[in-house]
Ligand binder design. Structure first.
Ligand SMILES: Nc1ncnc2c1ncn2[C@@H]1O[C@H](COP(=O)(O)OP(=O)(O)OP(=O)(O)O)[C@@H](O)[C@H]1O
Length: 252
């Protein structure tokens, strides 16, 4: 039995009066990839952003229900949001490296969280870039601007940046949708590697990608989870008509 990395119970998210996520209860397991799929506007990104409280930054956004990372209540009054986001990293659709060098992009988080020793920082930078399959391409230009990297390299840098602070969970919101096919396949290979160590939750519009990279898939529709199962079941033997209609391209 795989350990649970994170779970939600009856999670609802509202923007003012509009309910974007409706009573979603899901378990995300350690060392597995879970894909969130569904048509545009069904609440996937809103749900994902709730998991590390990125929605706190949106005015009039209200959350009810529970989110647990092991025995810690994410929305509890004693939760330190900075530490929470260290444990639950986020990779966005568009690569968003800092306007700094490759080295500083990676060293920033660990330094912020207290690692000041240069040798330790050098090691973290190297290990993080290696894990993100970017070391060979960048080791000779660590002090050059991250913005000079290609889009695909920048996205791997952003993944390296989230790994550098040793998270338990990595959330990815369509991490390859702005990339070309070669860069996309590198990101997918990387996800397959990273799941050996991390719990990964990925939003994707690309159903082939969901089928390739994920162990489990949740199908969202108008804010609700219609079906959540092993990815092979969702794509070969869905139990709900709506799931079947979506994966066969009848809508969305
Ligand atoms: N900041 C916001 N303020 C108000 N409403 C929002 C906000 N962000 C999203 N919404 C609304 O919440 C609903 C869910 O949006 P969300 O972006 O979570 O869906 P999604 O499934 O991720 O869509 P897509 O696949 O197009 O990214 C939509 O109706 C959207 O218009």
């Amino acid at each position: 039995m795989t350990a649970i990395g994170m779970s939600t119970k009856n999670l609802s998210v509202y923007y003012s009066d509009k309910q974007a996520v409706k009573n979603v209860s899901l378990d995300f397991q350690a060392k597995q990839v879970t894909a969130l799929i569904g048509p545009s506007g069904c609440g996937k990104s809103t749900f994902l952003r709730s998991l590390n409280r990125m929605n706190d930054l949106i005015p009039d956004c209200k959350i009810t229900g529970e989110i647990w990372i092991r025995d810690r209540n994410v929305n509890g009054p004693d939760t330190d949001v900075v530490l929470l986001r260290q444990r639950i990293g986020m990779v966005w659709q568009k690569p968003n490296p800092f306007h700094k060098s490759i080295y500083e992009n990676i060293a920033f988080g660990p330094r912020y969280h207290g690692t000041k020793n240069k040798k330790q920082l050098d090691e973290i930078v190297e290990q993080s870039l290696r894990k993100a399959a970017l070391w060979e391409e960048t080791k000779d230009r660590l002090h050059n601007s991250a913005l000079a990297l290609s889009g695909g390299q920048q996205q791997r840098l952003c993944i390296a940046r989230s790994i550098a602070v040793r998270p338990d969970i990595i959330l990815m919101d369509e991490p390859a949708s702005a990339l070309d096919p070669v860069s996309t396949s590198k990101i997918e290979e990387l996800i397959a590697e990273l799941k050996r160590e991390y719990c990964i939750v990925i939003v994707t519009h690309n159903m082939h990608q969901a089928a390739r990279v994920s162990d489990k898939t949740a199908f969202f529709l108008t804010g609700e989870v219609v079906e959540y199962d092993l990815t092979t079941n969702i794509f070969t033997n869905p139990q709900k008509q709506e799931t079947n209609d979506y994966i066969t391209g009848r809508f969305g």
